[in-house]
Design a protein around this ligand. Structure first.
Ligand SMILES: [Zn+2]
Length: 361
């Protein structure tokens, strides 16, 4: 069998096929029909709305910063294991200007994959407010500088891509944030969102939303309902990670989205056991759920098939392709292999992804 990279040399990630997804992914296409489908998805202009910029650039990006490789690291034992490796990668970001390099590298990656509309998550607090706690000894980068540099990197990247790619950003606050942390985040974001630093070449906002990432804490939803109000008053939308992690019950997921009324939910599958799904935009990341053991069974039992059958507003996304060794084409290939989902599914979920863009609504 030839490898995926033989057919798609512009994919830079070493495709990792962990045993838990070996039934739906292999190091290369299984047959001509699968290769045709992969070529079709690869060539199509695509939209992605749930992907973390720090984990969606080539391994060479981090290698270039730090002189050492930082590629896919699956298998993960659990979500906590994933978070530890995520922070290790961020240890390579040593100055705020690295965020500009990250932004440019991210847009270049999007362009190479023909992902022409994208809203990415960024977690700039991880190298500012949280660095002292998570990675003592590394420089603490000013949050306002991280934001300014990343937006500049996206702006420059979009210009370099000839205007063919449109990227917007969601700034993830952290689910463990204290009131002081959120005050510091607001102090950096408030003067930034309407400044020229946050404008693309057409004068449109680049950072369009806030998110909540990290370990899900449904018990803190009521706290965030109040605490996030000032951010939303800035005109920022809310993209909420919810209904993803194993410890979250269907009722907790339902209550979190009821309290916070997000504009889009990332993952949103953990209510399935009770037949509950968020009624709005759901950005699903099925391979991420299986690889991070948030869905501890095989892809064949992932609620994505139920969500699609119910014609929910659900899109397909990669979440953290660098760390997971996946990409958007392989997401669709795996779902085709598992459920027989073909071009109709691609078209329907891509249409949903376009409708889910927070910056266009
Ligand atoms: Zn995510």
């Amino acid at each position: 069998m030839q490898s995926w990279l033989d057919y798609f040399p512009h994919w830079h990630e070493p495709v990792s096929v962990h045993p838990v997804v070996a039934d739906v992914l292999s190091l290369g296409p299984r047959d001509e029909a699968e290769l045709d489908f992969a070529r079709f998805v690869d060539a199509a202009p695509k939209t992605e709305v749930h992907v973390h910029a720090e984990a969606a650039v080539a391994p060479s990006f981090y290698a270039g910063l730090a002189g050492q490789p930082a590629g896919p690291a699956a298998p993960f034992s659990d979500f906590g294991d994933f978070l530890r490796r995520w922070m290790r990668n961020l240890g390579h970001l040593r100055e705020a200007a690295d965020y500009a390099r990250l932004g440019r590298a991210f847009v270049a990656d999007r362009a190479a994959r023909r992902i022409v509309r994208c809203e990415c998550h960024l977690s700039p607090l991880d190298t500012s407010l949280y660095r002292a706690r998570a990675a003592p000894g590394l420089p603490e980068l000013p949050l306002a500088d991280n934001l300014r540099h990343f937006a500049a990197g996206l702006r420059d990247g979009m210009v370099a891509a000839g205007g063919q790619v449109r990227v917007r950003a969601v700034v993830d606050l952290v689910s463990v944030a204290t009131e002081d942390d959120l005050r510091a985040a607001y102090a950096a974001l408030a003067p930034f969102v309407d400044s020229t630093d946050n404008r693309d070449a057409n004068g449109e906002r680049i950072v369009v939303a806030i998110g909540l990432g990290g370990p899900e804490q449904p018990a803190r939803a009521a706290f965030f309902q109040t605490a996030l109000a000032p951010f939303r008053a800035l005109g920022l939308r809310l993209d909420l990670h919810s209904g993803e992690q194993l410890h979250v019950s269907p009722a907790e997921h339902a209550q979190a989205v009821a309290l916070l009324s997000p504009d889009r939910v990332g993952h949103g599958f953990r209510g399935a056991a009770d037949g509950f799904y968020f009624a709005g935009a759901i950005a699903a990341c099925p391979l991420s759920n299986v690889l991070l053991r948030c869905h501890p069974d095989s892809l064949a039992s992932h609620p994505i098939a139920d969500m699609y059958a119910r014609t929910l507003n659900v899109s397909i996304n990669t979440d953290d392709p660098l760390l997971l060794g996946t990409n958007l084409v392989l997401e669709y290939v795996a779902l085709r292999r598992c459920f027989g989902f073909d071009r109709d599914f691609f078209a329907a979920t891509q249409k949903n992804a376009e409708a889910q863009l927070l910056s266009l609504r």
